[in-house]
Design a protein around this ligand. Structure first.
Ligand code: 6R9
Length: 652
């Protein structure tokens, strides 16, 4: 990928220094890079010391049977104790753990660490009464309400691995996950609020139970008060069990390698992969990275991560990392634009949020709406912004920093995966001179490289495959029930070297900083030139009329693949004018080169996205290649594809 056509992103030469005050008081400073490289295991042992262990480990890492790692061997701890009880014991019981904000505007709750301890203990007692023991799996299918966090921590407290299934998933998706991990109990709610209206959840659980017989009990939180079907043998109300249970619960400690949770994520085949995380290493990784990358000062910061707990960001950066660090957080139930477009900015103003972590897709949709909306709120409390989930286009990064961060705040572009458990590649806010669009270099403790197919490290200025070259504590331990798939998917491509293959393409710029380009299946090959979807998307988004763009490679008789782009215009651009398509094609040519000029550009109103905000390029490829559109069950809004397909046939 050393082609000059790929140099567009590397032309980005804006740099942002860390603010002096943040640099002077930063949690992690430059010396950590060297210290960690000199003694990686020693460095991780220091990070594990952030946690409270009932029994210390004997060995930091056992890597004698790769790729099956064991971290902190012989150590014993309880994840929920680390996230809750120990803060209460240290005298911080009155500290706010969550400012919970419901979607209905007056629905709010403040939960202190002692209240959280009581509720987690009650839920632990209730789950035990329902027959859940250490090692049993519990599924959690809930809206973003405090009980969801309580349920996760209660599972951790009794050593029952949880599997959180995003509340927007269908009953089919739920049933297949329940079956795969043999979940004995499901925790759910009657419903949740979405865009001002109650949206039912329990019927999907009822339906899933007709497709699998593994579930013995369903614990139901009453959230919306809507009618639910009830099976007396199976269904149990939360308020009749958990809320009646004792707030005293005796702790048990578990082995460092005791399973903490299974998180399902999509792979290249239809069957989702159950990514297994264990206790000691995962919690070490989540706590350390949350402290280092977000420079958390637990006494003064108000931290808000907008992810849903149904995906890994919610696990590591709402539940385990921040709570292990004793943070005060905002937890929000709803969507960014309900009941009004400025809801997020209103919440930041109201709670004085200092650290804000969200996804590029959200940032781009705010760009589309225009800056008047955030400008109407006082966002001066913010001191640090984070991004996760996909590459952030330089324009979106600069807008985020400028409009939301008032040019004061560093932006940390954090690269990681469900599989990695915690952030791997990211700027350090007190150290790094940020470059818009680059995740920069691996954080201290992590070793990554960009390599060729053959496994040679590429020189600066070139691209290849992103690999992690040393094991790390929060790494996945296996795919639930499928060790072979675990080996094949992540460890077979560079088996000789023993590296983890991340499935992402990346480039090193002339300074050796990393630019993650997206999944390798998103890398196109046009007339023998390797082109990145991200790069062309960034070129399109840099056009003043464009809000968001998705690019796919469609089969082409002449060029192998051809570039097809789907573009959402900014509101103020109206329909873009009669020549908009030609204007954009020429813009891409100007930005990158003729080779990247899209064969086809479709102006659309929406893009198909998963609930975690990733654009489903696979579906757009179906449209671009005039195929029947494939499986849309993981889309947040499946009607989007009907609109796009209709538009495509109109144009023919
Ligand atoms: C945390 C999360 C992982 C995939 C990953 C990559 C993409 C995530 C990114 C990024 C560029 C970033 N990704 N963060 N790409 N820059 N800062 O998103 O986990 O849902 O498992 O997705 O997301 O392609 O491989 P997950």
């Amino acid at each position: 990928m050393s082609d000059e056509t790929l140099s567009n992103l590397l032309k980005e030469d804006r740099r942002f220094e860390p603010p002096a005050e943040l640099a002077a008081n930063a949690n992690l400073t430059e010396e950590a890079y060297e210290r960690a490289a000199a003694d990686r295991e020693g460095f991780w042992a220091e990070q594990a010391d952030r946690l409270s262990w009932d029994q210390k480990w004997d060995t930091v890492l056992d890597w004698t049977n790769p790729p099956f790692a064991k971290w902190f061997v012989g150590g014993r701890l309880n994840a929920a104790y680390n996230c809750v009880d120990r803060h209460v014991e240290a005298g911080h019981g009155d500290k706010v753990a969550f400012h919970w904000v419901g979607e209905p505007a007056d629905d709010k709750r403040t939960i202190t660490y002692s209240q959280l301890k009581d509720e987690v203990s009650q839920a632990a007692n209730a789950l035990t009464d329902l027959g859940v023991g250490a090692g049993d799996r519990v599924a959690i299918y809930m809206p973003m309400i405090p009980e969801a966090v309580v349920a996760m921590l209660a599972c951790a407290r009794i050593g029952a691995p949880h599997t959180v299934v995003f509340g927007g998933f269908s009953s089919d998706a739920l049933a297949s996950r329940l079956t795969d991990c043999q979940a004995k109990v499901v925790v759910t709610a009657d419903g949740g609020y979405r865009r001002g209206a109650p949206s039912a959840l329990k019927p999907a659980v009822d339906e899933a139970r007709t497709k699998t017989d593994v579930v013995e009990k369903v614990l139901v939180v009453r959230r919306t008060g809507q009618d639910v079907a009830w099976d007396d043998d199976v269904d149990v109300w939360w308020h009749e069990s958990v809320e009646q249970a004792s707030t005293e619960h005796e702790l048990e400690f578990f082995d460092a390698e005791h399973p903490l949770y299974v998180m399902y994520t999509s792979g290249t085949t239809g069957k989702p992969k159950g990514i297994l995380h264990t206790t000691g290493g995962y919690l070490t990784g989540a706590a350390y990275t949350h402290w280092a990358v977000f420079d958390l000062k637990p006494e003064t910061d108000v931290y808000w991560c907008t992810a849903d707990i149904g995906w890994v960001t919610g696990h590591s950066y709402i539940v385990y990392g921040p709570l292990a660090n004793g943070a005060t957080q905002v937890l929000y139930e709803g969507t960014p634009d309900s009941p009004e477009r400025g809801r997020w900015w209103q919440i930041i103003e109201e709670y004085g949020v200092t650290i804000f972590y969200t996804a590029p897709t959200a940032i781009r949709s705010f760009m589309k709406q225009g800056r008047e909306i955030p400008d109407a709120r006082d966002l001066s409390s913010l001191r640090l912004l984070g991004s996760v989930g996909e590459p952030i286009n330089p324009e979106a990064y600069v807008w985020y920093r400028h409009v939301i961060g008032g040019d004061r705040t560093p932006v940390v572009d954090t690269w990681w995966q469900t599989e990695t458990g915690s952030i791997m590649i990211s700027p350090l806010p007190g150290v790094t001179h940020g470059k818009p669009g680059s995740a920069m270099i691996p954080i201290p403790g992590v070793a990554a490289d960009v390599v060729t197919e053959e496994g040679e490290s590429v020189p600066n200025g070139s691209g290849g495959y992103l690999v992690l070259t040393e094991p790390w504590p929060a790494m996945l331990r296996t795919i639930w029930g499928d060790d072979q798939r675990f080996k094949d998917t992540y460890w077979s491509r560079y088996a000789k070297q023993g590296w983890y293959f991340a499935g992402d393409g990346a480039k090193k710029d002339s300074d050796g900083d990393l630019w993650v380009l997206g999944r390798v299946d998103d890398v196109m090959n046009v007339s023998g030139h390797r082109l990145s979807t991200t790069e062309i998307e960034s070129a399109l988004v840099s056009h003043p009329k464009v809000a968001e763009a998705a690019v796919v490679g469609a089969k082409d008789e002449d060029t192998g693949q051809a570039v097809c782009a789907f573009v959402i215009l900014r509101d103020e651009a109206g329909d873009g004018g009669a020549d908009i398509v030609e204007e954009l094609r020429n813009h891409v040519r100007k930005e990158i080169g003729a080779i990247a000029k899209p064969r086809q550009i479709m102006i659309v109103a929406e893009l198909p996205k998963t609930r975690s905000g990733k654009i489903m390029r696979r579906l757009l490829r179906d449209v671009a290649e005039n195929r029947e559109v494939g499986d849309v069950t993981t889309l947040a809004d499946s009607s989007v594809m009907d609109l796009i397909s209709a538009k495509q046939s109109e144009g023919k």
